[in-house]
Design a protein around this ligand. Structure first.
Ligand code: S3P
Length: 437
């Protein structure tokens, strides 16, 4: 697909439901007794794969009108699936479900696409093995994997070696099934949707800060009861619209009903520091999460230094931030990006390569990415997406204001997280062209 230089982007739009919250709503609904009703579930490939997985494990997940109804089987009540579970492109679905499988006396083969099959699973398997999970191919650390869980999981205290909400969540989910209290210790705050939603379902989750660390403890032998969930708009999807509105002259866009949980808003803080005209309007609480309408107007941006501590709260947003940093005046330096290397692609390299292909000066030095802004981007290059939805959307966004069009080699993966990306951008006034390669 190729971009076209856009005229002012204007209008009020909504983005689909948050991906992290959607996965969790399906999984906790499956582990609860009774019915969970989910409004605003993200109907993208990653989440649909999680819905299929919980169904294969014996829960029911059906859409009635606009609402997804999940009939759960209770903590420890899921059953042996008939075949392998295919998680497609989704690291979140895979890793959270490893925590579920760990707590059931079932043997499950998990698989995924070429991108997911390269991603590290040891970070999740290590604590789960400590609790009692078995891998049938000992020593293997990438999908496909066959795992055997147990109804006799041991509780543990686990200090996260990497700042990962997926690892934290997998251990807490397994902890629901253990006999006793399971604690995860984190140094850097990662997204806390698991903690919030588990409480909503009736689990006992305690959070305590001790010095620089946070101790998150879940009580085992938990009982979850089906609940109503309203999924707010995904700030990681809204990020592309906000970025586009900033760089396309004359734009004024409002994105309604977006999640503004502080563990997710690092990008918006950074864009404001860069001089972006961004305001959170009509701030409210919806279903235990803070939500706002985000208004963004085209702005002259200046380069900033993004501190490493902010990385967990904007980890999925670096590709788009880097792409629009080319439009800023001066240098934007992003530190602490080690985790970007193990996402759907090596996003550090893919982002730098995409920028270089389009005439920007970008350097990777260890875990730091630096973009030398030139108050614009030449464009004219081809971006290799490496099966990564966010690389595709980041450069389709930057191409709305580049001098020459940007060609993105593969846009199929956008359907994993934000199938409405193109129609929503078009509603605002953007246009794209199909290209033959
Ligand atoms: C997610 C956590 C993050 C993020 C991913 C979703 C989650 O991954 O990149 O898109 O829902 O818990 P890590 O936990 O591996 O950082």
């Amino acid at each position: 697909m190729s971009t076209r230089r856009a005229g002012p982007l204007t209008g009020r739009v909504r983005v689909p439901g948050d991906k992290s919250i959607s996965h969790r709503a399906l999984i906790f609904g499956a582990l609860a007794t009774g019915t969970t009703r989910i409004t605003g579930l993200l109907e993208a490939e990653d989440v649909i794969n999680t819905a299929r997985a919980v169904e294969a494990l014996g829960a029911a997940a059906r859409k009635q009108g606009d609402v997804w109804e999940i009939t759960g089987r209770g903590v420890g009540g899921l059953r042996q699936p008939d075949g392998p579970l295919d998680f497609g492109n989704s690291g979140t679905g895979t890793r959270l479900m490893m925590g579920v499988v760990a707590g059931h006396p079932i043997t499950v083969t998990m698989m995924g696409d070429a991108s997911l099959s390269r991603r590290p699973m040891r970070r999740v398997l290590a604590p789960l093995i400590e609790m009692g999970l078995e891998i049938l191919e000992p020593g293997k650390e990438t999908l496909p994997l066959t795992l055997r869980g147990t109804s006799e999981l041991m509780p543990i205290v686990y200090r996260l070696p990497v700042p990962s909400a997926q690892v934290k969540s997998a251990v807490l989910i397994a902890g629901l099934h253990a006999a006793g209290k399971t604690t995860v210790v984190e140094r850097e705050a990662t997204r806390d949707h698991t903690e919030r939603m588990l409480r909503h379902f009736g689990a006992v989750v305690a959070t305590e800060t001790k010095g620089a660390e946070t101790y998150i403890t879940v009580d085992g032998d938990a009982e979850l009861a089906g609940k109503d969930i309203v999924v707010p708009g995904d700030p990681s999807s809204a990020a592309f619209l906000a970025a586009a509105a900033l760089i396309v002259p004359g734009s004024d866009v409002t994105i309604e009903g977006v999640l503004i949980n502080p563990t997710r808003t690092g990008l918006y803080t950074t864009l404001q520091e860069m001089g972006g005209d961004i305001s959170f309007e009509n701030v409210r609480d919806e279903g235990g999460e803070p939500v706002a309408d985000i208004r963004v107007r085209a702005s002259r941006l200046k380069g900033v230094r993004v501190p490493a501590e902010r990385a967990p709260s904007m980890i999925d947003e670096y590709p788009v931030l880097a792409a629009i940093s080319a439009f800023a005046e001066g240098q934007t330096r992003m530190d602490g990006l080690a985790e970007l290397k193990v996402k759907e692609s090596d996003r550090l390299m893919a982002t730098a390569a995409g920028l270089a292909a389009n005439g920007a000066s970008a350097q990777v030095d260890g875990d730091t990415l630096t973009v030398n802004g030139a108050s614009g981007l030449k464009g004219g290059g081809i971006v290799a997406t490496h099966l990564d939805h966010r690389i595709a959307m980041a450069f389709l966004t930057a191409g709305l204001a580049s001098e020459a069009p940007i060609i993105v080699d593969d846009t199929n993966m956008i359907a994993t997280s934000f199938p409405e990306f193109r129609p929503i951008m078009e509603t605002l006034g953007a246009g794209f062209d199909e290209v033959r390669q």
